[in-house]
Design a protein around this ligand. Structure first.
Ligand SMILES: *[C@@H]1O[C@H](CO)[C@@H](O)[C@H](O)[C@H]1NC(C)=O
Ligand SMILES: *[C@@H]1O[C@H](CO)[C@@H](O)[C@H](O)[C@H]1NC(C)=O
Ligand SMILES: *[C@@H]1O[C@H](CO)[C@@H](O)[C@H](O)[C@H]1NC(C)=O
Ligand SMILES: *[C@@H]1O[C@H](CO)[C@@H](O)[C@H](O)[C@H]1NC(C)=O
Ligand SMILES: *[C@@H]1O[C@H](CO)[C@@H](O)[C@H](O)[C@H]1NC(C)=O
Ligand SMILES: *[C@@H]1O[C@H](CO)[C@@H](O)[C@H](O)[C@H]1NC(C)=O
Length: 420
């Protein structure tokens, strides 16, 4: 199973179980990462599934700049790669990254992947490295379980996340990296994931699209993601293991991401957040046919904090619970977690949200003894709710302005709310 507990960056680009086999449901993954010149954009400016709309790309704020200059540039073909949709390229990628690792401290390296379908198992990234997918380049996850080795759990998690012991590695994996770019065009942040299409089977658990975990300066933009788990999940370690590692996630931009997750959320923050999560900007999302839109998750024993989260310009269609805060993930690495280690949640700024065909009113459940504070909402319209639907709030405080339908009394109406 592609575990969620990886850090720092490009945690998971995982995808499709083409032929689900109940005999190996956890192992047979086919990953399809499609580079994005194939992503078209509809009139609203959101990335769409390739081929669904003709259109132009747009968006003024962007992490675009120019690709970082790298001392070495080579093509995967030079390492024996074959982009025929059949041949395994795992060895070619491993060989290429090994060579490029030698350039980490010598000007960095860029690996070009030309047009074609490149079947591969997991491979690792290295620092000062650009994985450049040329137009029409598709990475497909191998269906051979042997290509997905089991690796040790992260120290910030203490054990395997979903089960004890090791975990299957992500398709593209990296620990402790600096300056990594995965894109067809460019960067200005330490890690940029741009213009990617990530398709995982909608019924495959633990297939988060992209998980920045204990990492800073990340820009995820213009991506289309379908998954059986969160499209993007920001995390930072689990209970006492995450607290002792103390590696926060901060300065993360998640922008112009669209997609579907029938069982999970568009953007999830937590529930593993023990190293702290701060300064996250989530904007211009388009989430459809999903269980939740924006979800903040935590639990007792986590410690840590989630502060200064800005969420703006979000469009949702057929999302069951558009906004959901929850306090009871109810899972711990072992029984040594500290029940007194309560997380601090403060400063969640939500504005310009519109949700159509909404099934349930927001559920905003803070924690007894550790209320979620500074929940600020402005211009939030949730359409389609049954007349009997009521916001469900506990242990939260904050202010609202221009929120429909009427929010819970714990959120006070206050015309001077600026959400800034
Ligand atoms: C990456 O490149 C920068 C700038 O040249 C350098 O300072 C840094 O040490 C390099 N990283 C590694 C891991 O070698
Ligand atoms: C990739 O990194 C993981 C640790 O993060 C390691 O266990 C694995 O052996 C590495 N794979 C290769 C091919 O170097
Ligand atoms: C809050 O986060 C935003 C990015 O979303 C950042 O620009 C701002 O400086 C942060 N505020 C504080 C007080 O750190
Ligand atoms: C919200 O999104 C729209 C369209 O993408 C853009 O024009 C506008 O500037 C955004 N507003 C803010 C406050 O970011
Ligand atoms: C309210 O939010 C909607 C949806 O993002 C946006 O279209 C509209 O312009 C916003 N209104 C104001 C006054 O900001
Ligand atoms: C309204 O909100 C502002 C800004 O958050 C705050 O300073 C002020 O005290 C609030 N007013 C009331 C009546 O709560």
């Amino acid at each position: 199973m592609m575990d969620v507990n990886e850090y720092p960056i490009v945690n998971k680009l995982i995808a499709a179980v083409k032929k689900p086999s109940w005999a190996f449901p956890l192992l047979l993954f086919t990953l399809v990462v499609i580079l994005s010149l194939q992503i078209t954009t509809d009139e609203s400016g959101f990335p769409e599934r390739p081929g669904s709309y003709p259109g132009i790309r747009s968006g003024s704020d962007t992490c675009d700049g120019s690709l970082p200059a790298r001392a070495l540039k080579m093509s995967i073909v030079e390492f024996g790669g074959v982009g025929d949709g059949v041949t395994s390229n795992t060895a070619a990628f491993v060989k290429a990254v090994k060579k490029m690792k030698g350039f980490e401290g010598k000007g960095g390296a860029q690996l070009n992947v030309p047009r074609g379908k490149w079947v591969t198992g997991s491979f690792n990234l290295t620092s000062n490295f650009t994985l450049f997918l040329e137009e029409g380049a598709v990475l497909m996850g191998s269906e051979d379980p042997k290509e997905w080795p089991i690796i040790e759990p992260l120290p910030s998690y203490g054990r395997g996340r979903e089960r004890l012991g090791g975990r299957h590695i992500s398709l593209i994996h990296g620990d402790g990296l600096t300056s990594v770019v995965i894109t067809e065009s460019s960067l200005c942040c330490n890690v940029v994931i741009k213009d990617m299409t990530i398709l995982a089977p909608l019924n495959a658990p633990n297939t988060d699209g992209i998980d920045p975990d204990s990492c800073t300066n990340v820009c995820i933009e213009d991506c289309y993601i379908e998954s059986g788990d969160d499209l993007v999940a920001v995390k930072s370690g689990w209970d006492q293991y995450g607290t002792s590692m103390a590696r926060p996630s901060s300065n993360i931009i998640i922008r112009r991401v669209s997609g579907t997750t029938p069982t999970c959320s568009g953007v999830g923050i937590g529930s593993e957040m023990s190293g702290g999560i701060s300064n996250i900007l989530v904007e211009n999302l388009h989430i459809r046919n999903s269980a939740a839109g924006i979800r903040i998750k935590t639990d007792k024993g986590r410690g840590g904090y989630i502060v200064n989260i800005t969420i703006t310009n979000i469009t949702m269609e057929k999302v069951k619970v558009p906004l959901r805060f929850s306090r009871g993930a109810d899972d711990h690495p072992d029984n040594r977690w500290d029940p007194k280690a309560l997380p601090k949640i403060k400063g969640i700024f939500i504005s310009n949200v519109v949700s159509f065909d909404t099934r349930k009113a927001p559920m905003l459940l803070g924690m007894e003894g550790a209320p979620f504070e500074g929940i600020c909402m402005k211009n939030v319209s949730l359409f389609g709710l049954p007349a009997t639907a009521r916001w469900n709030c506990e242990h939260i405080s904050g202010f609202v302005n221009g929120v429909l339908p009427a929010p819970c009394p714990l959120l006070q109406r206050n015309a001077s709310v600026t959400c800034a």
